[in-house]
Design a protein. Sequence first.
Length: 301
Amino acid sequence: MNTYQLSHLKELEAESIFVIREVAAQFEKPALLFSGGKDSIVCFHLARKAFFPANIPFPLVHVDTGHNFEETLVYRDNLAKKYGAQLIVGSVQESIDSGRVTEEKGYNASRNVLQTVTLLDTIEKYKFDACIGGARRDEEKARAKERFFSHRDEFGQWDPKNQRPELWNIFNGKKHIGEHFRVFPISNWTEMDVWQYILHEKIEMPSLYFTHERECFVREGVIYAHANVIPLKPTEKVEKMQVRFRTIGDISCTGAVLSTANSAEEIVEEVAATRVTERGSRIDDRRSEAAMEDRKKSGYF
């Protein structure tokens, strides 16, 4: 990694740490939304740096769909235990059982959309006034509209046309009772920045990100991990493939990619050569032209 790349990463790191410290300074009950994906892992690493040698002063919040990859859950639990972080888990299954949401049926059913209600209920239960997330502006066009401090009204909803200006490094966290903020410290990072940072900082990652053999099937050009939560169509066949995941979410909406990348170095090279966005394999983004924006307006990450 050359001097320019290191300087660029240090600038991004400094900006993100400043934002995270602003959260701790301005809000009374912040939390870090933790999915077990690379972006939330980097946010956790940055938070540790921001407050070292103390532990991070807010809990990790994970919304468990019940259809998460087992590798993600194991990584999450080990990370929290290793660094003494408080872990709060919101359960989509509990939301279904209590009648708060209705589970989708059919071949294309997913619990991903149901996470919104569980997340908002968790925020309300613990009275969080700011939730740090790992969203980046380069991921998707709706996320490109976000500020660092993203205001949510008393219903947890986001209005993309009513965002506060952020001049230089001045962030306005003022809110009314019942409102909260989503905060995105790595907004200005790209997928390449994230992986170069992971490589430079030697951050341990879930095995799902690296090439491994897995039983998969192909549907509409997307490679799915074979799991009992996804019913197979009569024409679909399961076969073993060498794959990895560029983004990690609910099993039912997360596509894999064919790959031979077994290290962070090889992933950096792969990302540099690809012409498909990392969310190109996320089925939840394909439901409509404005799928992500619609979900965010209702309270999604």
